[in-house]
Design a protein. Sequence first.
Length: 376
Amino acid sequence: MENPFIIKSYESKDLFCDREEELQLMFSNCINGTDMTLISQRRIGKTGLMLRLFDELHVIRPEIHTIYLDIFASRNIDDFIKLMAEAAMKSFPSKTSMGEKLLTFIKSLRPQLSFDSITGEPQLQIAYQTAHEKEYTLRGLFEFLDSQNEHIVMAIDEFQQIREYPEQNIEALLRTYIQQTHNLTFIFSGSKKHLMADIFANEKKPFYSSTSFISLGKISEESYSVFIRRLFNERQRNITDEALLFILEWTRRHTYYTQQLCHTVYANGSENVTIDNVKKACEQLMQQGETIYLQYRQMLTDKQWDYLIAVAKEGSVQQITASAFLKNYKIGTPSVSRRLADALCEKGLLNNEVTIDGTTYSVSDVFLSHWMERFS
């Protein structure tokens, strides 16, 4: 029987845990044409939630079309256009009426069009002579989709990546084209909170106050417990309360790491899962990640590495300038602590969670955090 604990994206409603409140809010926004900004730390489940939303729309409101594109790997406006066009072609196959129109439009751009030999998905290569041609093509894509008089929801994942583009006017350009659409609803998703906040909450920026904000937190212990137990029980397996509690505490209810640990426990094949089975899976996962963790050591200075260990040992740190924290781990001055924390956040190795009580720092990779706790 296939492993029910999915660690890649989204598969089905049955294998998706909770998020009912966020799902209903996003569904309502889509129906009412409200653009939204979805923010959370990495691997907490943003992509899965968006695809779960699309699944719900396809069932309840099939007249609403959906397009999903992940721009994390994009480097410039050329890549953005390519990814957007390919995502649209994937959503509207050439055999459909709108797909035929889209293909005709794409061909008017004189691209090199091919199809992946394994997935069969379209791949484009468009040549441009000037920056103006790129802008014309991007505007044309938005105008084409909007002109079909079909309600389309477009999710753009890792949207903060546009800040890495060499083109200086990309935010203003996108805001202008998006603002002129009437039949498109947008979901802008991102994992770098400070960048997403600056894009959408800074009054000096083009996207200021243009969307509804949704922040994705951790799934409740109760919901996750019910979900995990159900998936084991439905496949004629049992899991003890002690084992279940350990899973949720050890993974800190971070979606990816909870799913990964449950996936490993299930793959190990025990019909009666105890805390010993779970601890064995924890050891496996830390051993599997050790090669990568040691690579991190090569990337960091001695002070950065020691600082990461300090945060891992604490689990989470709210007062990174507190004298007890600085003294216990021989960090130095408050300014040194801030500088180290900022550098590790920039590298994606630390999370900084801003709440009403202040900023809490923790190691981004939960498995790495536990692995580092063992260092003396």
